[in-house]
Ligand binder design. Structure first.
Ligand code: GDP
Ligand code: ADP
Length: 211
């Protein structure tokens, strides 16, 4: 019985306009698959009701954020909707080295920076809403943002959605179970890519030697 081959961890990025469903999909994937670890971002945004410091985000002040940028402790960072967000470098490198996959919920600016830093490890997925009306309905149903914030995020949605062309895969989130099945299919296929399976050459040589 051959042991399960080791593999190199991949960087799975989910981006979408606010309200399209990336947090919902991320939480389901983390609950469903122990091989995936969330990259917990730092942000200067204030916590929303129910958000847990250290789990959803590391909530920090602007001065601390700027120090992390200066010390190059962030793999990428961006200003989004007037708040700063960034990916701490050390946790990502540790998870990838352990052969586990890292899940990122970052905007198109962060995805561009991650692609420049680690193109071969990156798998990028853009989540689209089924309609603008449904997007706004979901933002309002989430009831985590004020009317002003919702208006601001809707006004940015058109520009954000124009960046779908930069992503490897696109999921239209009509219904959450179907969208989650599609996300799992993408991850499953990407994990089986030949150049991510460490030790495949030796395994095949052994097979061929025993014919
Ligand atoms: N570049 C970058 N973007 C991030 C990071 N964390 C979150 N974001 C993005 O910032 C935007 C706002 O996130 P958030 O305030 O949680 O609102 P949400 O989109 O409604 O969930 C979203 O597009 C996120 O993908 C990060 O570490 N880096
Ligand atoms: N397919 C869907 N159908 C209906 N509601 C959805 C669907 N996907 C997500 N939602 C809901 O829409 C709201 C926004 O989803 P969320 O995951 O927070 O979006 P994002 O992280 O992209 O801003 C949440 O209340 C979530 O439960």
């Amino acid at each position: 019985m051959s042991e399960i081959l080791a593999r190199r961890g991949l960087m799975l990025v989910l981006s979408s306009p606010s309200g399209a469903g990336k947090t919902t999909l991320s939480r389901r994937l983390l609950a469903d698959d122990t091989g995936v670890e969330l990259s917990v971002s730092v942000t200067t945004r204030k916590p929303r009701p129910g958000e847990i410091d250290g789990k959803d985000y590391h909530f920090i002040d602007r001065a601390t954020f700027d120090v992390m940028v200066e010390r190059r402790e962030l793999l990428e960072w961006a200003e989004v909707f007037g708040n700063c967000y960034g990916t701490p470098r050390s946790a990502v490198e540790k998870t990838l080295a352990g052969g586990r996959d890292v899940l990122f919920d970052v905007d198109w600016q962060g995805t561009q920076q991650l692609r420049e830093a680690a193109r071969v490890d990156l798998v990028s997925v853009f989540i689209l809403p089924p309609s603008v009306e449904e997007l706004e309905r979901r933002l309002r149903s989430r009831a985590q943002d004020s009317d002003d914030v919702i208006h601001g995020r809707m006004s940015k949605a058109a520009d954000e959605m124009s960046h779908y062309v930069e992503y490897d895969y696109v999921i239209i989130n009509h219904e959450i179970d179907r969208a989650f099945g599609e996300l799992r299919a993408i991850l499953g296929a990407e994990r089986l890519k030949r150049d991510r399976q460490v030790g495949l050459g030796d395994f095949v040589r052994t097979l061929r030697a025993n014919v």
